[in-house]
Design a protein around this ligand. Structure first.
Ligand SMILES: NC(=O)c1ccc[n+]([C@@H]2O[C@H](COP(=O)([O-])OP(=O)(O)OC[C@H]3O[C@@H](n4cnc5c(N)ncnc54)[C@H](OP(=O)(O)O)[C@@H]3O)[C@@H](O)[C@H]2O)c1
Length: 273
């Protein structure tokens, strides 16, 4: 990205866990220079943190005025307040909303037609450049906005373009996905300790198993055949897998994604029209 180009300047409205993960990735990748980034944050600790990293910070949304690209990184529940503070945008801006649930028409309804909205659903591995972000063309967004959003998000991982109607399903799958895996890891470590291992050994075995298996899956893509390779009939893995199946691991995931999907729809309806 050409950092001399003013059109590439980027502002964050709310830069907490997820916005911060994206920003860390952008800085680590060197995609933008700190002088091209402005963080508007309510939290003084977060402002101090980004200031120490050489970024411009502010607690006032007015500081975003005139910036061509804005990442909307507040929680959906804070959107109403953030939008009323920001007001109707008076100069054109590409607004990349990372908020779960909130429809681009709703965002545009609050920020006005000068806001060209691209919906982005990232996930926290963006902090180490290994995120996956889905992007969707929303209200008033142009093909050029999609290219810019894709370029920004590709600095922190892979990018896939979807239709906005798929965003709830994406959120339930990959936006929330890291937490599903961390819950699995946490329970797996607890189970290993119950099986007699120390925490240190259990953590090392589980974390390295997840890491190696994820890499294998990434290279070979075929989860079914990888699983069958390690599951010999009548063996120990088969016994463990049968128990997971009996306890409904597949249906648990279906229900988890369904609950996350429904929550996304609710978040949109909880915002004042
Ligand atoms: N966390 C994830 O894994 C993940 C994944 C994909 C998408 N997302 C989306 O990312 C968004 C942010 O989630 P998060 O987990 O990063 O939340 P977070 O850690 O709470 O970050 C949001 C930040 O925005 C600040 N803020 C709120 N209103 C503001 C305003 N009007 N002006 C300036 N700053 C304001 C908050 O400050 P205060 O805390 O002081 O209010 C907070 O520091 C959400 O919409 C979520 O749907 C999250």
């Amino acid at each position: 990205m050409n950092t001399e180009d003013d059109t590439k300047k980027l502002g964050f409205l709310g830069c907490g866990n997820m916005g911060g993960a994206i920003l860390e990735g952008i800085l680590e990748h060197g995609a933008l220079s700190p002088k091209d980034i402005l963080v508007v944050e309510k939290s003084s600790e977060r402002r101090d943190f980004w200031k120490q990293n050489g970024l411009s910070v502010s607690d006032s949304v007015e500081a975003l005025t005139g910036l061509p690209n804005i990442v909307l990184g507040v929680k959906p529940q804070s959107f109403d307040q953030a939008a009323s503070d920001l007001g109707i945008l008076e100069s054109p801006a590409m607004v990349m909303s990372i908020m779960a649930g909130i429809d681009s028409m709703r965002i545009s309804g609050s920020l006005g037609p000068k806001a060209r909205v691209v919906r982005v659903m990232p996930n926290t591995p963006c902090a180490i450049g290994m995120g996956i972000s889905a992007i969707a063309k929303g209200a008033h967004a142009t093909d050029s906005d999609m290219k810019t959003a894709s370029m920004i998000m590709s600095t922190v991982g892979r990018v896939v373009e979807v239709d906005e109607t798929s965003m709830h399903a994406v959120t339930a799958t990959s936006g929330s996905g890291p937490a599903y895996l961390f819950l699995l890891a946490e329970s797996w470590i607890d189970a290993s300790m119950k099986a007699g291992l120390s925490r240190d050994v259990a953590e090392m075995l589980v974390i390295e198993t997840i890491r190696g298996s994820a890499e294998l899956l990434h290279r070979e893509r075929d989860a079914v055949s990888l699983r069958s390779t390690v599951t010999s009939k009548g063996g120990t893995t088969a016994a463990g897998i049968e128990q997971l199946e009996r306890n409904g691991i597949r249906e648990s995931l279906v229900q988890a994604l369904d609950a996350a999907h429904r929550r996304g729809i609710e978040l949109d309806s909880e915002i004042t029209p």
